[in-house]
Design a protein around this ligand. Structure first.
Ligand SMILES: [Zn+2]
Length: 76
């Protein structure tokens, strides 16, 4: 499977994606990988799935583990 292309953003050292589609693709793969891992471990509870996509001021897309509540709290 061809990896999703990414670049390093000037706003941080995190992976950045040029468009939302690429970010969503990478997000989906990350979640699928984690779900497979959880299945092997036999633990389904407490799986963090709050990954979100956000666009930074460099017009690039990042993935974040921040939960919706934290996100809204930070925005308030
Ligand atoms: Zn950025």
């Amino acid at each position: 499977m061809k990896p999703v292309e990414w670049q390093t953003c000037l706003c941080s050292s995190k992976r950045a994606f040029a468009d939302r589609r690429s970010a969503e693709k990478a997000l989906g793969r990350a979640q699928a990988k984690r779900d497979r891992h959880a299945e092997r471990q036999g633990v389904r509870r407490g799986i963090a799935r709050e990954h979100r996509i956000y666009r930074c001021d460099r017009d690039l897309y990042h993935l974040t583990k921040q939960s919706r509540r934290e996100y809204l709290g930070a925005a308030a």
